[in-house]
Design a protein. Sequence first.
Length: 344
Amino acid sequence: MSKSKLTELIDSLRGELMSGAYPPGSRFPSEYRIAEKYNINKTTANKAVSALVFEGLLTRAGRGSGTFVKQLQSFPVNQFVYIGSVQHPYYASLVHGLQQAALTHHCLLSIVAPAPDQLSYFLSKLHTTKISGIFSCNYGYINAAPIPVLYLEEENIAQPDLNNHHYVTCDSYQGAYQIMHEVLKRHHRDIVIPFHIGCTPGRLQGFYAAMQEAGIRDVEERTFWIYDKHSSFVGQRILQKMLQQYPGLTAIVAASDDDIFMIIKAAEQLGIPWRGKIAMTGFGNVTGISDMLPIATVDQHPQLIGQEAVQAMQRIIANPKLTIQEHLNTELVGLEYLPILSAR
C-alpha cells in the first residue's frame, strides 16, 4: 500500500471518529478488523492507528488490552495567527504547513498582513481575542506579551534579550556554505555574489566561509549589493557591473531564487550565453524558477518548517518557561546543472 493510500485510511478513520461513530471511551476496532475491512495488511492498519494515537484521538490501554476512543477536546484547542505575506510561493508553502499541522492538532490558524504602521494597533487588539500564539515572518521584533511569538525566518530582531526569542527556521548559513562548497568542488574560482539587502545575513556568511576556506580572500569585493526591487533594469545593471569587474566569471551564486532569476533574465535580454558555461545558483527552490531553469538551489523545506513550528508552539504554550530555537536542515537540488571546470 502506498503512502497516499495510508493517508486515505487515516483520513477515513479520523472522519469516523470526528463524526461520533465511536463514542468517547468506547473500544476502537482492532487492527485486525481494520485490515480485514479495508483489505490491507495489519502493518498498515497499525500505522494508521498509531497516527491517530499521536493526534490524540485514540489511546492504547496496554499490550493486548485494546485501543479506546479519547474524550475529544472542544474545538479549537488553540487559535493561532500568522503575521506575514502569503503572496510569494515560499510563504504560501510555509503557511500551508502551518495550516496542515494546526488542523491536525485541532487548532485554527488566521492569516493577516497588516501595514507596518498598523502593526502595533493590530497587536493591541489581539489581547481581546482568544489567540494563544503568533507566528511571524519579515515583521521584525513583535512585542505581543504575554502571547508567545515564534519567528519563522532568521531576522535582525531588535529586542533586549535575543537569546530568549523563539524561532523555527532553516539553517541558512549551512545551506549557503554547502552550495558554495559544491561550486568550488567543480573548480570555479571566478565567483560573484549578487546579494539583495533583504536576504538573511547568514547566507552571505556561509558563502564567505566556504570561499575563504578555498583561499578566496576578496569576498566582499565579489559581492554586488541589490538595494532596489527586482526589475529588468536592476538586473541588467548588476550583471553588467559584475562582468565589467570580473569578465572571466564562471559562477554567479545568489542568496535567493528571485535574485538569480533576475540575473538570468538580464543575461537573456543582453544576449549573454550562460547555459552550460556559467554556474547559476539560487536559494529557496521556488516553484516557477528552480523547476523551470537549469540552476542549482537550496531547498529550505518551508512546509516542514510550518509543521514543526506548530508543534513547537504547542510545547511553548504547555511550558511558558521553555525557549524554542530550532534550525532545520536544508537540501541541495539541481547540482547536476553546475558546469565542471578543468582543475587549475
